[in-house]
Design a protein around this ligand. Structure first.
Ligand code: 13P
Ligand code: MG
Ligand code: MG
Length: 386
């Protein structure tokens, strides 16, 4: 039996012609570093990009939050930043928000999803390891709330909750309050579903503040099924520096939902906060891996790769690009049409992000300047001196 940690660490450190995609030289320097670390720091590693974000997908034996692995990811992103600068790319180093991370890059800008588990081919309940890696661009961590709720709490979307007795035992959801600003603590609540699913719903109603950070099995021995990078960049930087663009790991099959159940909710093209300047609300489009952002108003996008892992923690040499399948073409068309219709409302009300989100943008300066020009009708106007 081997204890394996799966770490997905992503950052936006520069992109071509706006917030579209990283350049080949940027990917090349990171690829070379990852290849050099395989068999040493890492058991295995690969990288992908989704929009302008580079995701490192790594297996290793150092545990969750390991300094060496996080520092390695940070150094990869620094090397890519250098390439971005050399090429005159936009937003070089955008997500590297501190000078040097203190061991763990969570809270320093990059998005982190990690799970440690036993990799045991003789295990009765989990002899094989299958998992999905999601990467979303132009949105906040709340983008995963609806699809995860649908998968883990709602048999209308996930028949496995009825058909698989081990899934029927339910799950334990850890939800984080992303408005909790303290550097050295997180504010979290753990709720068991299905009993508490309406309480979960009350929290997830606000995807800008609350997000699912982890899902565990209630089937024993307890296993972590999902990990989601639920940190907000504006809380780290104090202002809008780019959107969070969260990543997620979801382990699948056997005692967990099947990949087809986990991706079913993405058919909807649900509305998420993000897109242009991170300040609007738009439907999210499932896209093939390696898709640049080219949609009007930076339509939010999400990719999903399916992997297997052998008994030593080595990934299969191929991974399956689930949203690259033709089945998703009609969803893409529907989401684009939904977005076009929605954009016709411009800035008024629901099409722009909530005021809590806009508080980190320049609109607050204009609004506070305008405050001074308001008068109370019925009160004498201040003398102008004319
Ligand atoms: P990213 O967060 O993907 O860099 O996008 C930022 C943005 O403001 C796009 O309009
Ligand atoms: Mg960017
Ligand atoms: Mg991005």
């Amino acid at each position: 039996m081997t204890k394996v940690t799966l770490s997905v660490i992503k950052a936006d450190v520069g992109s071509i012609g706006g917030h579209t995609k990283p350049s080949e030289p940027m990917l090349e320097v990171v690829r070379a570093r990852v290849n050099g670390a395989i068999g040493k720091l890492l058991i295995d590693g690969t990288l992908t990009y989704t929009g302008d974000d580079i995701a490192l997908i790594m297996s290793h034996r150092h545990g969750v939050g390991a300094r060496a692995v996080h520092q390695f990811a940070w150094d990869c992103f620094l090397a890519a930043t250098d390439e971005a600068r050399k090429g005159g790319l936009y937003g070089a180093g955008q997500d590297l928000l501190v000078d040097a991370p203190s061991g763990n890059v969570r809270g320093a800008g990059p998005a982190v999803a990690e799970i440690e588990f036993d990799r045991d081919p003789k295990s009765k309940h989990r002899p094989a390891e299958a998992f999905l890696v999601f990467a979303a661009d132009k949105c906040g961590p709340g983008a995963y709330s609806y699809p995860l709720y649908a998968t883990f709490c709602d048999p209308m979307h996930d028949g496995g909750l009825l058909l698989n007795p081990k899934m029927h035992l339910g799950f334990s959801l850890t939800i984080i309050d992303m408005d909790h600003h303290a550097r050295d603590s997180d504010r979290v609540i753990r709720l068991d579903v299905p009993e508490r699913s309406w309480d979960v719903a009350c929290l997830l109603q606000n995807p800008d503040r609350f997000a699912i950070e982890a899902v565990h099995s209630r089937y024993k021995p307890e296993e972590q099924i999902a990990s989601i990078s639920a940190t907000r960049l504006h809380n780290i930087a104090g202002k809008y520096t780019g959107k969070d663009d969260p990543v997620a790991i979801v382990r699948t099959q056997g005692i967990f939902p099947a990949p087809e159940e986990v991706i079913e909710p993405w058919l909807l093209g649900h509305f998420v906060s993000g897109d242009c300047r991170g300040s609007h609300v738009m439907p999210i489009m499932p896209v093939p891996i390696g898709t640049p952002v080219g949609g009007a108003y930076c339509l939010p996008i999400v990719s999903c790769m399916a992997f297997s892992m052998d008994e030593k923690g080595v990934f299969t040499s191929e991974a399956v690009d689930l949203f690259g399948n033709a089945a998703w073409d009609s969803v893409r068309l529907k989401v684009q049409q939904k977005a076009d219709e929605w954009r016709r409302q411009g800035f008024v009300g629901a099409t722009m992000a909530s005021h809590a989100e806009l508080a980190y943008t320049g609109i607050v300066d204009t609004l506070s300047a305008l405050e001074k020009e308001f008068t109370l009708r019925g009160e004498p106007l201040a003398a102008t001196g004319d």
